[in-house]
Design a protein around this ligand. Structure first.
Ligand code: ARG
Length: 321
């Protein structure tokens, strides 16, 4: 039974947005944050954002993201892989139904810079006008890597933005990383509901931004741990070919504090010599949350800075749609 539950939870956490929105369908009173963390201040997380979809009078938190400029946000590919930009130039979330057919869910917004999602206000909410998923991302398979996407907002964000790690592997093994998000604080967390100031119903795993310290796990140890868990849990069929690629992925977490469902797309940071946070990773996947010898897996940003810059530049010089 345990195994079935785990299988299902892995399915939901790894199958893209389905990991989040479909899960919302099946358990409407809940959504899947950082396990073992503490309340965080938005000021400590420059550019922190909640990716939400609007349906009727409801707002549904699906993933984390970070603003990296006044118009561009970074998130995980699996958060937006089935979304489409409609003719009016607005991104809309689609989720698979029971038969796997994609069904229109609702427009995507980014809600930026909040320590508490209930405080949503003008100036913190933006529609999304463009989605660029990494070309090497394999649909429905965040664990295969390249789990990174860029979102352009309609409008201009006036607040702080995240600073990205540019040079790979700056002494990572001794590094402590920190992760933040509005995701679940336990593996099968019940989720929270609230009414926003504008009278919309808001669903999120957690309304209060959480943060936690996650020690780096070396690529070799991570590879071994993930291989061990896959066989331990009997997941060879679906995950037999899954392995860690340290050049493009970071592993972090010692089994107590971890990211979890709903944190995907959000930031993993280290503190630079000036004491400022530098974003090194994007929450991507994990087997369960906060389990022993089961680190969280993050997209390594330094491996993708060329792609990020190139995409943003290409978009800036492209003629308007
Ligand atoms: N895929 C999850 C999401 O969509 C993130 C899971 C992270 N899991 C972990 N154990 N660190 O929100």
């Amino acid at each position: 039974m345990q195994q079935v539950g785990l299988r299902a939870s892995i399915f939901f956490q790894s199958v893209m947005l389905a990991g989040c929105a479909l899960w919302l369908f099946s358990k409407p009173a809940a959504a899947q944050q950082v396990v073992g963390g503490v309340d965080a201040r938005a000021e400590d997380w420059p550019g922190i954002a909640s990716l939400q979809s609007i349906q009727g009078s409801g707002l549904y938190h699906e993933c984390g993201a970070t603003m990296i400029s006044d118009t561009w946000a970074l998130t995980a590919a699996h958060c937006v892989e089935t979304a489409r930009v409609e003719a009016v130039g607005r991104a809309v979330q689609y989720v698979p139904d029971a038969d796997g057919n994609l069904v229109r869910f609702g427009p995507i917004i980014l809600v930026i810079g909040l320590g508490d999602l209930r405080r949503m206000a003008a100036g913190s909410v933006f529609p999304v006008s463009r989605i660029v998923v990494h070309p090497d991302y394999q649909s429905g398979r965040p664990e295969a890597g390249n789990d990174i996407a860029l979102l352009r907002i309609a409008g201009t964000w006036a607040g702080p933005v995240a600073t990205l790690e540019a040079v790979p592997d700056a002494g990572e093994d001794d590094d402590a990383f920190y992760v933040a998000g509005y995701g679940n604080t336990e593996e099968d967390g019940p989720g929270e509901r609230a009414v926003s100031r504008t009278g919309r119903h808001l669903s999120a795993p957690r309304m209060r931004l959480q943060e936690g310290r996650v020690p780096a796990v070396s690529g070799a140890a991570c590879k071994a741990q993930i291989a061990h868990l896959i066989s331990d849990y009997g997941l060879e069929e679906a995950y037999g070919d899954v392995t860690i690629h340290p050049a493009t992925q970071i592993c972090a977490g010692d089994g107590f504090i971890d990211s979890c469902q709903g944190d995907s797309g959000g930031p993993l940071v280290r503190y630079g010599s000036t004491g400022q946070p530098v974003q090194v990773g994007i929450v991507s996947w994990g087997l369960g949350c906060g389990r022993a010898e089961s680190p969280g897996i993050y997209t390594r940003i330094a491996a993708f800075t060329g792609w990020i810059r190139g995409t943003v530049v290409a978009e800036a010089t492209a003629p308007p749609p």
